[in-house]
Design a protein around this ligand. Structure first.
Ligand SMILES: NC(=O)c1ccc[n+]([C@@H]2O[C@H](COP(=O)([O-])OP(=O)(O)OC[C@H]3O[C@@H](n4cnc5c(N)ncnc54)[C@H](O)[C@@H]3O)[C@@H](O)[C@H]2O)c1
Length: 395
């Protein structure tokens, strides 16, 4: 009999609950715990596992992927690593392969990887037989601390990022922080920047602990990672508990994203995969947002300094990448996807701004306000001075 019992076979793992609207999703995590994860998956009683990963992970973790399946018939679907694989063509290939391999409604789709395999697996689980069970085993900090804490599942279209998607809840999430050992430093820090965003915009009470983690000079220490996971789950649940679709309180998660996402896109155009990582771009976007709030008289000098302290503590250069021009960033910002949440205004975009740390300014009940392109330009001009210390950049 297929079981959905989330807690069987999880002895030895820490557990928390992710609350997203009506959904409560168990999240288990620990160190060196693939055997426990395999036991928990087996306890769901699947007839087959469809493991979605990428080529890099399939090489690095072939043995762990085999252990995950533990005698359950399984197929492993893989693709070259990276964002360029989040396409309808790869999704369609994976669906066909899974169906030809004879999966049924009792099968489970397991993502083993970062946000890219995670999003592909999420869409597959939603589409196969109009919904089969989904289990995430995230292997990047972005996936473990951000993407699996959301029901959003999306791939890219030829027109733009995450344009084809849906909302779908996993049955459970299992993270083994040992899998982060092989994560390149830039990927590790990228996830921690999203975590820093949660502290600045949602849970400033966790900032002192984050400072201690940064000061320990070993972000990848298992105890640090386990704390960061717990703190991410608590922060995200606080705003998604009553907002399944992240269209109300959950919009605060977009802090730093309006400008950050634009910087990421512009640098990707300039330098391809060598461009600024997602989390670092969001961190620079948070500095821009902090300067705008400061100019409005909302954030204090100290609160802006805290932004700089955390962002630079995570190793992010508090400046626009040299390959990115401010005008280009502004052009992308003008097309931001939060348009439509507030009434349209010429020369302004909806933006998440903080009144104080952990307190977004609201309009119409949403954590969004209109910000003029002039205000954004002025803040970018401050940021555009590479390596300018906080004391001379208007703080
Ligand atoms: N709400 C959401 O659904 C949400 C939120 C945040 C990000 N995302 C999506 O997630 C994606 C970015 O996530 P990502 O950075 O995890 O991308 P990713 O899956 O492409 O992983 C980044 C790189 O790290 C490598 N990698 C993964 N785990 C590794 C490990 N343990 N050791 C060594 N290398 C490893 C991968 O092979 C890849 O090259 C984007 O597509 C973004 O849209 C979605």
């Amino acid at each position: 009999m297929a079981s959905n019992a989330p807690y069987s076979g999880t002895a030895g793992l820490r557990s928390r609950t992710i609350s997203i609207g009506e959904q409560t999703i168990p999240y288990f995590f620990g160190e060196d715990c693939i055997a426990e994860i395999a036991r928990a998956i087996a306890n769901y009683g699947p007839d087959k596992l469809v493991i979605v990963t990428d080529d890099r992970l399939a090489g690095l973790y072939a043995r762990d992927i085999e252990r995950l399946a533990r005698g359950i018939p399984s197929i492993t679907l893989t693709h070259p690593a990276g964002e360029s694989m989040k396409t309808p063509a790869v999704l369609s290939d994976h669906l066909e392969t899974a169906l030809r391999a004879g999966i049924t409604r009792r099968s489970i789709v397991v993502s083993f990887g970062g946000g890219v395999p995670g999003n592909l697996a999420g869409l597959m689980a939603n589409l196969l037989f109009r919904g089969v069970r989904l289990v995430h085993v995230p292997t990047t900090t972005i996936a473990a601390m951000d993407s699996v804490l959301s029901l959003k599942q999306a791939i890219n279209s030829g027109v733009g990022k995450n344009h084809i998607g849906t909302f779908y809840a996993p049955t459970a999430v299992y993270t083994d922080v040992r899998l982060f050992d092989t994560l390149p430093e830039r990927e590790l820090r990228s996830g921690l920047c999203e975590m820093a965003k949660n502290c600045l915009a949602i849970r400033p009470g966790a900032l002192n602990q984050l400072r201690a983690v940064i000061a320990s000079d070993n972000l990848a220490a298992p105890n640090n990672l386990l704390w960061l996971l717990e703190a991410s789950i608590a922060a995200k649940s606080a705003v998604t508990r009553n907002d399944t679709f992240e269209r109300r309180a959950g919009l605060v998660l977009e802090y730093g994203h309006t400008v950050g996402h634009a910087i990421e896109i512009c640098d990707y155009r300039a330098r391809g995969a060598a461009g600024i990582p997602h989390g670092a771009a969001i961190a620079v976007g948070m500095l821009v947002a902090a300067h705008i709030s400061h100019a409005r008289g909302w954030l204090s000098d100290d609160e802006v300094s805290t932004h700089y302290e955390i962002v630079t503590g995570l190793g992010v250069e508090p400046a626009l990448p040299a390959s990115v021009h401010m005008d280009e960033v502004l052009a992308v910002v003008a097309d931001d996807n939060k348009k439509g949440y507030l009434d349209a205004r010429p020369d302004a975009v909806p933006f998440v701004l903080l009144r104080a740390l952990g307190r977004p300014e609201l309009s119409g009940g949403l954590p969004l306000v209109h910000v003029s392109m002039t205000e954004i330009r002025e803040a970018l001009e401050v940021i555009a001075q590479p390596s300018a210390p906080a004391s001379v950049v208007g703080v």
